[in-house]
Design a protein around this ligand. Structure first.
Ligand code: ATP
Ligand code: MG
Length: 138
């Protein structure tokens, strides 16, 4: 069981003014913030971050969107962090997301879906290392 995951508040949710509300939902669900950063990905950085999806039809749309404005990146800690955070954010497609999830509340479409959550312990570590040095974790 993992105790850390990685998240981003995506450009749509930042543009729509939802940073505070999403961080509130994350804290209320029992996640502790280990690292936090407000930054913007270049398109090549977004392509690197999402390289596992490079063969998918939506890769260009995804990487353009993810580099279209600032994001909030964070490492989160909680027992069973990866799975519990995926439950908190809800389904990729907000039309299928459960009531009470972040995507149900704040996502607008399958592409612009408000938040990212790591899908495994291994990817949580890789993604956290992509954004944060050891000196930026508390
Ligand atoms: P994330 O990795 O962002 O937490 P996820 O694990 O629920 O989301 P993935 O299958 O990893 O979903 O897809 C990564 C991201 O690519 C999605 O969050 C979404 O922004 C985008 N995406 C996925 N499927 C589509 C699609 N059919 N059309 C457009 N964008 C898509
Ligand atoms: Mg994913």
């Amino acid at each position: 069981m993992s105790n850390r995951t990685f998240t981003m508040i995506k450009p749509d949710a930042v543009r729509n003014g939802h940073i505070g509300n999403i961080l509130q939902m994350i804290n209320a669900a029992g996640f502790k913030i280990i690292a936090l950063k407000y930054t913007q990905l270049s398109t090549p950085q977004a392509e690197k971050f999402y390289e596992v999806h490079s063969e998918r039809g939506f890769f260009g749309e995804l990487t353009q969107f993810m580099s279209s404005g600032p994001i909030v990146a964070a490492i989160l800690e909680k027992e069973n962090a990866v799975a519990d955070f995926r439950t908190l954010i809800g389904a990729t497609d907000p039309a299928k997301a459960d009531e009470g999830t972040i995507r149900k509340a704040y996502a607008t479409s399958i592409g612009e879906n408000a938040v990212h959550g790591s899908d495994s312990d291994e990817n949580a570590a890789i993604e956290g290392n992509f954004f944060f040095s050891g000196l930026e974790r508390f």
